[in-house]
Design a protein around this ligand. Structure first.
Ligand SMILES: [Zn+2]
Length: 368
């Protein structure tokens, strides 16, 4: 049994007190605290992260373990190992590897599944994805679903077979996230409708990035995601991908359905230089990773920094934390994660008053 004292973020708000836990939280009691007591908050859940600390999902088992070990130091207690568009066999290998890491006891962030980002995207809106796009035929969708590791799929609804694929993924419980797309508003609406019709959940992959813009007479993908209240959205709040005002606008539209993600690539937490991203060279300097052509190539973000940025953008700390914990937990349907209350998993982050990570617990075990 472990006990921590501090300002605890519970589902009903901040509470000065003591939290007791083993693998699960057993008790939260009131207690008086000193002035500079630490913040005790739910562990962060990153539904879109490619790598970090020099490691990448596509590197193999050690790559997935390595990035989970890196991100846990920044408060991420659960993540979806995120693939990149690559030759089909590499994608299949990544799913196999993620499955074995998910089954082993972990000392890093828990790998909760896979976010399949590509190859079911548009060749016209690749961003930093290399062009190994294939159509989401029923055969391919069945092949990847058979691994039972995919929790989120990014899909461009205008691709051949995409609507059929949206339905298959949604029926299998996979969140269908629209992105890397040049879809018309009608195509986006059709995807949202088909997912809803089978009881599924849809989202927008890194809202504002790789999906065109919103204009007065053309709402585009951004407008469709903002206007449909049941649709979730991810935001990369690193100060480079999305303007803070757009983040606030997205929050006002989505409220409980907005999530902070990192979309981090392997250079997160590493020195400036050149790094591989899905077989392409990314140049890392001044806080960004870019391909030769200038495209942003993922981010160098970590979830602790994303939360700090949300506060800088004007969110309360409580909201900033929720965007990184309870919202993604609800999105993924993880009822025992994302909030601190008795019975929930003891995935806990301790932050100082500068919001720097002091300690991290996964399933009650201190890992950072
Ligand atoms: Zn992307």
């Amino acid at each position: 049994m472990t006990s921590l004292q501090g300002r605890i973020l519970t589902p009903t708000g901040w509470q000065d007190g003591k939290i007791d836990f083993d693998a699960s939280i057993t008790k939260i009691n009131q207690a008086s605290l000193p002035q500079n007591a630490a913040y005790i908050v739910p562990g962060f859940i990153d539904v879109h992260v490619h790598g970090g600390g020099g490691f990448d999902t596509m590197d193999g088992i050690s790559g997935i373990r390595g990035m989970a070990d890196f991100h846990v130091k920044h408060g991420t207690t659960g993540l979806l190992a995120t693939t990149i568009t690559n030759p089909w066999n590499n994608v299949i290998t990544a799913l196999t590897n993620a499955k074995s890491v998910m089954l082993e006891p972990s000392r890093g962030a828990r790998v909760l599944g896979v976010h399949l980002e590509g190859p079911f995207v548009s060749p016209q809106r690749l961003g930093a994805q290399p062009n190994f796009v294939v159509d989401p035929t029923p055969e391919r969708v069945q092949e990847v679903l058979a691994f039972d590791v995919i929790r989120v799929v990014t899909i461009a609804p205008e691709q051949p077979h995409a609507l059929e694929a949206c339905e298959m993924f949604a029926r299998a419980g996979v969140r269908v996230s629209i992105g890397h797309s040049v879809a018309s508003i009608e195509q986006v609406q059709a995807a949202i409708e088909i997912v809803k019709s089978v009881g599924g959940f849809s989202s927008g992959t890194h809202l504002f990035n790789a999906m065109g813009g919103l204009e007065g007479r053309n709402p585009g993908i951004v407008g469709a995601i903002l206007a449909n209240p049941e649709v979730w959205a991810e935001v990369i709040l690193d100060g480079h991908h999305v303007h803070f005002l757009n983040f606030k606008a997205a929050y006002l539209a989505k409220v409980e359905r907005l999530m902070l993600i990192t979309d981090a690539m392997r250079a997160a937490g590493m020195p400036e230089g050149k790094y591989d991203l899905g077989g392409q060279m990314a140049h890392v300097r001044d806080g960004t990773a870019r391909l030769e052509n200038g495209s942003l190539a993922g981010s160098l973000l970590t979830m602790d920094r994303a939360v700090q940025n949300a506060v800088l953008a004007g969110m309360s700390l409580k909201t900033a934390i929720a965007l990184a914990s309870s919202h993604p937990a609800r999105y993924l349907g993880l009822s025992k994660k994302g909030s601190l209350k008795p019975g929930n998993d003891a995935d806990i982050v301790v932050l100082d008053d500068q919001l720097e990570v002091q300690a991290v617990f996964v399933d009650g075990i201190q890992v950072a």
